[in-house]
Every structure is written in structure tokens, then in C-alpha cells.
Design a protein around this ligand. Sequence first.
Ligand code: TNX
Length: 520
Amino acid sequence: MIKKTLVVAMSVLLVACQNDEPPASTQAVSQAVSTQTRLVPYPTSISQSAGHFTLPGEIKLISDKNAPDSAAAISALLSQLGIKQGQNDNAVIRLELDPSLSLGDEGYQLTINQGVQIKAASDTGLFYGVQSLRQLLPAKQHEQYVLPNLQIEDQPQYAWRGSMLDVARNFQSLDYLKQHIERMASFKLNKLHLHLTDDQGWRLEIKSWPKLATVGGSTQVGGGPGGYYTQEQMRELVEFAAQHQVEIIPEIDLPGHTQAAIASYNELACGYVTESSVQNQCKDVVGDARLGLYEGTCVGFSALCTSEKPDLTYRFVEDVLTEVAAIFPSKYLHIGGDEVLNEEKSSFAGFITQVDKIVASLDREVLAWEEASAGDIRPSSLLQLWNDNYDIQPALDKGIHLVLSPCSYTYLDHGNYNGQPETYTWCAKEGIPLERVYSLTPENYTQAVGVEGAMWSELVRDGATADNRNWPRLAAIAEVAWTPKEQRSYQQFTERLSSLRGHLDQLNVQYHKEPQLNWQ
Ligand code: TNX
């Protein structure tokens, strides 16, 4: 037994040592890497056995033509590592669809023993097996790669493992979104929630209301060019995401957070926004400014005019959501529903009920922020919990399920550490360090479908800053959502993640250099 453990430890160490990524600086970390492997999220089960398999510079790849995404992923991994595909029968990597495997839609089995074999019931499962293999291998090229003999069986605890990007307050390029999808996929995150519209910008082309993008998309927080995505670009992104097993969930935030829409089409507003209805520091949005573009950071001052102009409002919503549904095939359409203007509060519940009907007519389900529980929405809807202590029980009683984004754990616009410049503190005064994110226990919530990290962007102007806010904390979100509580340990998580720094570098992630990972 001792001998077996030693051999395994040595062979895993071999891989770790081959790696010319910066070695984890403490002995504790390198020892743990040797026994815990380097997988994030941690898999359901790993059994290691004696011996190792050496992956040479040329291998034979056998993949399944009915599993094109995993085949593309393994080919990309091999070429990144300089491993050629040939006819080497002594070094076979086999990806095999096996419908009899009972590891769910996303599960896989990875066996390393005189070769590498990944089995799964779906292309998604095979794709995730490839992601695990990627983490077991070094990030940089070597002449050969030594892998420990092992068998992994793995499947996620939750189906919703999400990342929200607010591209409305500050715009992000299509290329950035693609990069983000690749990084998400490498940690088995599978839902990219795009917050496409807000007061400071409307980022999606809508052909029936063209000024939404051309006018509403023309600025951003603090001024600047803003930007928007054409429908064609978003279709391209949807396809790119699907190839990475990521589904894009579009959010059109309604009926509040709509200043960009109002600035594009003034008739969408009512005649009022009174001084008494907005926060003190936000008085600049009343008067003439109530119809203009907005570059500040206030919230809760804008609303569609549901109460006085229901016909126009619902025509607008239906036109927009019809085009959105035609671009994004996701089961859920996110309709926002957060932070509504005082004057529109009395019509809010009826509005949400009506929008759910529109969404139903498009054959989709509603996803909305928790406040939308005021509406009479279908039990098949999802609500996104964001205030830690919001009373969501009435919605649960109706059978509605939750996406968990309690702000004190998952709001990644808050600091990686206490006092980080350009971060919010309203939900957690001392920021939301990695350990805090990891301490979220989704198992404590009933009717949860999963977890989502939310990266609001009032204070996030560029991709490097977005990276800093998202990483490494999104890796903690990934593990909390994938790995059951009994198998989660922050200590071991940091040891495993610490050793994946080179993998994040290889994906050009401008992560926060987290001291608890020895990344300074
Ligand atoms: C609250 S959470 C918001 C966003 C802000 C965020 C800043 C939610 C549904 N609304 O509009 O960007 O706080 O942390």
C-alpha cells in the first residue's frame, strides 16, 4: 500500500516537475499537488493505481464522429502541446461515446492505463474529460508527458454553473467574450449570462427598433464609445459557445434599468421621474436629463411606462424578445426585473406576469432577478437570488427554482481583498476574497439549479480588469457548483488551483495574483 502510494505520488510529481510553470513555492503545496492531482473542479471519484503512462511526441487519436466538439478540443490540446497525431499504436488516446454509461448528460470516465481513454454518454461528457486531461498535463510543451495511471469518474452536482458578464455598463469586445468562454469551459462552467442592456448602454442590435443599438449603445459609464453586437455576431458567439458546451443566456433588463432604451425612443418613458423617487446622489437624472443618455453609476431611476402606455410598452417588449429568442436558442430568457423605479412599483407585478406570457408565447421560460417573484410567473420559471436574505419562500412554494447569486459570495465586482481599488463594497464591506466565494454552500438552499458569479461592470472598464475580478474567483464558483459539499476542502482547493497558474497563463488570463495561491 505504501509502495503503491509512493509510486503514484512520484509519477504525479513527475508531471508537476516537468512543468516549467512557476513551481508552487511552499513545500506543502507541492506535496499536496502530488497526491491530490490538479483538478478543479474536483471530480466525483479518482482512483489512482501504480505505474504511469508516457505520452510521446506522436500518438494515435481515435475519436467519434458523432462527438465533434470533444474531438476538436482534444485536437487543439494536442497541437498546443506539440503532440502529433499519427499511427502510433503504442500511444492511443481514445474518445468513445458510450450511451450505457450512467454518469448523466455531462459526466465522463477518464482512464489512464497504457493509454488514455475517455468515455461518456455525450459529446459534452467527452469534452469535460478532455478538460480534465488538459489539467493533468502541463500547460507548456515538453518532449514527452508522464501521466499517472488512474481512473476518474465524474459528473456535476448542479446543472447551472454560471458566469454573468455585465457588458452594458462597459462594453466588451466579441473577442473578449470568446476568450471568456474558453476559460469558462476549462473549469467546466456552462452558462454565460450576458447582461446586454442597462441604463448606460443597449448592446444588442434589434432590427425593429434600430436606435436601441445605434443610439442606446453609443456610450458607457464615464463616457466613451460604448458599442453593440450585431445579431450576426451574437449568432456566431452562440455557436462558438455551444462548441465549448456553454449556453448563452441573454438578459434584457426590464422594466427598470432602461435609460438607454428611453434615450433611443423617448416615447417609452412616462412624463415623470420625480426628485423624491431617486437616491440623493442621483438627482442629475431628473428634469430634462430623464430622456437622455446616461453615463453615471446610479441605479433604480429609469422605467418603461407600463402604467400609462401599456400598449406601446408591451409591443416594445414583444418585438425585442421575439428578436432575442430568434438569436439565442437558450431555454431561458432573462428579463431582469430588478430595482424598479418607485413610480412604476404598482404596475410591476402585472408587468412581470405579462412578460412571462410573452416569453411563453415564444416557447421559452423566464429567468429573472428575485424581485420578479412579485409577478404571477409560471412554476417552470427560474429566479436569480441576489440579496443574501431575500424572502424567496413564496416563489419556492410555487415550485420555482433558483439560480444562486447571493451577493456576499458571488458579486465579483466586489474586491478580491479588503480595500481593492475600483471595487464595490455595498454588499460586503471587506470585499469577497476567494475563501469567501468558496464558502458558499448551495446545498443549504432548496430548489437550486446551481450557482452563478456576477461581474457587474460599473467600475470595470476593460478586459484586464474584468479578468482580475473574475479570476481566480470563478474557479471557486465552478467547484462549488460541480463538486458536492463532502468533497470540498478550501485547503485542498487552493493547493490544486495553485498548480494551475500556468494553465491560466496559457489562456492569457490577467488574474488577480491571489496570495492564498502563492501567486504574487
Ligand atoms: C445591483 S444585483 C444590481 C446591479 C448593479 C450591482 C452592483 C442587481 C440585480 N442589480 O444593477 O450593477 O448591484 O454591484
